[in-house]
Design a binder for this molecule. Structure first.
Ligand code: MEV
Length: 325
């Protein structure tokens, strides 16, 4: 059975989220897939990722091996484990690595689902976080949460992610700067700036917190014009933290010139992808064509509006869980 996981787009709040500021993210339909075949307990588990042309066993020294081992160890300790502990896993990624779209988290979530199909969402997130920590050091967890849950989420480190109602279908364009970036080194760069100039960085984080809160309200009200302006503001604040690049600025400018309501880098920055919000599919095609003309690859994706009754049920379940904690 194919086990799937979403990629993610952070609409607002990346980097600040590492320091406890909330962030807003949406799952997208491109992501990752994995299958797992149980092996005999004495056999060593293996992972193949044909998309990356890599195959590893769980006892290797490579980062992928260590991440796989860490996920399996978490699984072996978990109560929901069905006692199988060795697997031959095959995973495929439909996202660019280092693109800010949560590629590693999506692969981790797909593998977690493949090795532990009975685990609940929290269990899947726990396994994926064990994997993510090997790649990213100290991730906030937003990528794994968004990948495991899909939809739109409000996320604060250490808290239960909350579903956010999307009142109106969103049309997003994702453009790739052509440069892969490392989340770990971009997070370290912000940490260094915070050490050197704490007041400047804290001011940027307060601005980002205000953007996130207003973006949540705009999403819930279906106000895409306001949401677009907030994406632009977030981009300015991220630029101030030295996370933007010439290519990212070009992608944002070209998108706005082709009619986007707003645009920003998404994820770690320092390259990776840009997200541009557009009003409809025709405008989305215009943005993707304008990027293509400027020499950049992009695609258009939608985030479905939330069906009201299912949202109310989901939100009530979260609120009850929160109250019981
Ligand atoms: C990466 O997708 C998002 C960052 O905020 C890092 C994190 O939250 O762990 C840059």
């Amino acid at each position: 059975m194919q086990n799937t996981a979403s990629g993610k787009v952070i609409l607002a709040g990346e980097h600040a989220v590492v320091y406890g500021v909330p962030a807003l993210a949406v799952g997208i339909d491109r992501g990752a897939r994995a299958t797992a075949r149980p092996l005999l307990p004495r056999e060593r588990a293996r992972l193949a990722v044909p998309t990356w042309g890599i195959e590893v066993s769980e006892d290797g020294d490579e980062m992928l091996s260590r991440a796989f081992r860490s996920l399996l160890n978490e699984h072996r300790q978990s109560a929901s484990s069905r006692k199988e502990s060795a697997f031959s896993v095959e995973a495929f990624a439909d996202l660019p690595p280092g693109g800010g779209l949560g590629c590693s988290a999506a692969v981790g979530v797909a593998i977690a689902r493949a090795v532990d199909p009975t685990a609940d969402i929290e269990g899947i997130q726990r396994l994926a976080m064990a994997w993510e920590r090997v790649f990213h050091g100290n991730p906030s967890g937003i990528d794994a949460a968004c990948s495991a849950r899909g939809g739109a989420i409000w996320f604060r480190k250490g808290e239960q992610p909350r579903p956010v109602r999307v009142a109106r279908e969103l049309h997003l364009c994702i453009g790739h700067s052509g440069i892969a970036s490392s989340t770990k080194s971009m997070v370290e760069s912000v940490a260094k700036q915070r050490e050197k100039r704490p007041e400047v960085v804290e001011k940027a984080f307060s601005g980002i917190a205000a953007v996130v809160e207003n973006a949540r309200l705009a999403l819930e009200a279906g106000d895409v014009v306001a949401l677009g302006k907030l994406l632009d503001m977030n981009q300015m604040l991220l630029g101030g933290l030295l996370l933007s690049t010439e290519e990212v600025e070009t992608l944002c400018r070209v998108a706005r010139g082709a009619g986007a309501l707003g645009a920003k880098l998404t994820g770690a920055g320092g390259g990776g992808c840009v997200v541009a919000l557009v009003s409809d599919e025709a405008r989305g095609n215009a943005v993707v064509q304008a990027w293509d003309k400027a020499g950049y690859f992009g695609f258009h994706t939608r985030v479905a509006a939330t069906v009201h009754s299912s949202f109310v049920r989901e939100r009530a379940a979260y609120d009850t869980a929160e109250a019981e904690r």
